[in-house]
Design a binder for this molecule. Structure first.
Ligand code: AMP
Ligand code: MG
Length: 455
């Protein structure tokens, strides 16, 4: 169900917006006017009547349309950063045998019961046992085996004395402590028992998981696929990096920012290039992206005379689910579905584009790749300056967060115009100011979405 105004009245009755000629009015969406609608202008008008929704509602509605993709098999290291799609079980105990947790001497604890710093006990060293070998011996009374960390415990021994608590004297060793049975013995299966599930479907494969998968002998694993994300930038004024510029033209930085954002969250960007503000060009280039899993368009989703993106998307079979979200920057964001395929119409201003990608596209791509945690971490930080804001929309303020004396502090990265990409370059977070807030004062605690986890 879309967020078109539900209170349209047509000729005094509840409206049917598909009829050709109507007087339309709305009680709730703020227009409160009567429109004369001709078939020609009907599409345009129906877009004006979209009701702005909250950021939460927008994200919920988007995510309800997003499903994880299928699986692919990857070699272990290639799977780093991906989400595993199968449960993995230990095929044997890890470690397979009781083994030493220290370099030292394997002993019978009863032989050294009376040992202390002042009263050492002498044992005969009958073997030197490196890691990777199993001793064939069973140690007898007053005997010890020199043992390295990881070597399986020899028969007869029940305790390990660390080398620091001993002194070697030829064939003998003096022991200066009396550890209990089990001292520094790592038990078979203490990491995983045969049959234990060691990694679960849906887990993110980080270095620890890579190690565990290696431990259980998996050189290949099934992971969720990465979406192909087609990106089309639109705008008469745009050129690509190496194309000729004049003063009315700008480089289409969004083409690269968006591709970088797609890559950054692990998906695969496909750059469809730049379309002029003409329906045929937008449609023609978008068609090249129809095989992708996701479509992103940039710009042309406002109410300007040349903002054709939504029309073209609709012509290509996209059902627009909503348009306009109560956020700043990024209000004219549009979301639709082309069959199962999510379609994101991002506003053209470079910061609006980045912020709406962060809020709505990134969680969607993560969900497609099987991730369970879709959102950036949020911390509370102490604001270092006043911020003026009007109520009504949620603001995302570009900011720099620091961690000092156990607390987070945050300061804005300067002018916040939605065309000022520099404000993102300097930022490592976005201050999230609620819809109902107005001016926020220095010293207040604010919520900050962290875009970068390192401090
Ligand atoms: P629009 O959404 O088409 O109204 O564009 C809003 C602003 O964003 C305009 O100033 C555009 O020049 C700028 N803009 C649109 N697309 C891009 C792009 N791909 N790269 C950089 N700036 C853009
Ligand atoms: Mg434009």
């Amino acid at each position: 169900m879309s967020n078109k105004c539900q209170n349209l009245k047509s000729n005094g009755r509840e409206g049917n917006v598909d009829e050709h000629r109507h007087f339309l009015s709305c009680r709730d969406c703020g227009l409160g006017q009567i429109f004369l609608v001709s078939p020609l202008h009907f599409n345009q008008l129906s877009f004006i009547l979209w009701v702005m929704i909250t950021a939460e509602e927008a994200l919920n509605r988007i995510l309800s349309h997003i499903q994880p993709l299928g699986f692919e098999k990857l070699s272990l290291l290639e799977a780093l950063g991906r989400v595993i799609a199968e449960d993995i079980y230990a095929l044997r105990d890890i470690p397979p045998l009781d083994n030493s947790g220290m370099d030292g001497y394997a002993v019978r604890s009863e032989d050294i019961r009376d040992a202390s710093l002042n009263h050492s006990v002498r044992l005969e060293v009958v073997e030197d046992l490196p890691a990777g070998f199993i001793s064939q011996r069973i140690i007898g009374r007053q005997q010890a085996i020199r043992i390295m960390t990881g070597a399986p415990i020899p028969g007869g021994a029940d305790s390990i004395v660390p080398v620091e608590e001993t002194q070697k004297e030829g064939r003998f060793v003096s022991i200066f402590c009396a550890p209990p049975p089990g001292n520094y013995i790592r038990r078979a299966g203490e990491d995983a028992k045969k049959g234990d599930r060691v990694v679960s479907a849906g887990d993110l494969i980080c270095p620890a998981e890579v190690g565990m998968l290696a431990s259980v002998g998996r050189s290949f694993v099934a992971v969720y696929q990465r979406p192909l994300v087609a990106i089309l930038c639109t705008g008469e004024e745009l050129v690509d990096i190496d194309e000729e510029l004049n003063k009315a033209r700008i480089v289409s930085s969004n083409s690269y920012t968006l591709a970088a954002q797609v890559k950054d969250c692990g998906a695969i960007p496909i750059q469809l290039g730049i379309a002029k503000d003409r329906k045929e060009d937008i449609g023609g280039k978008l068609r090249h992206g129809l095989r992708a899993d996701v479509i992103i368009s940039s710009a042309g989703v406002s109410v300007g005379d040349y903002d054709f993106v939504k029309d073209v998307l609709r012509d290509l079979g996209t059902e627009i689910v909503f348009w306009k979200v109560a956020i700043k920057p990024g209000k004219p964001f549009a979301f639709g579905v082309m069959g199962e395929k999510p379609v994101f119409g991002l506003p053209g201003n470079p910061v609006s584009s980045m912020v709406t990608f962060e809020q709505f596209v990134r969680p969607s791509l993560l969900k497609m790749m099987g991730h369970r945690r879709l959102l950036r971490p949020i911390v509370e930080a102490i604001l270092r300056e006043d911020i003026c804001k009007e109520s009504g929309r949620r603001h995302f303020i570009r900011a720099f967060v620091s961690y000092e004396n156990d607390r987070y502090f945050v300061t804005t990265t300067g002018a916040q115009g939605s065309g000022i990409l520099k404000s993102m370059v300097k930022a490592n977070g976005l201050i999230v100011l609620p819809e109902d807030r107005e001016t926020v004062r220095a010293g207040e605690k604010v919520k900050v979405q962290l875009l970068d986890r390192n401090f």
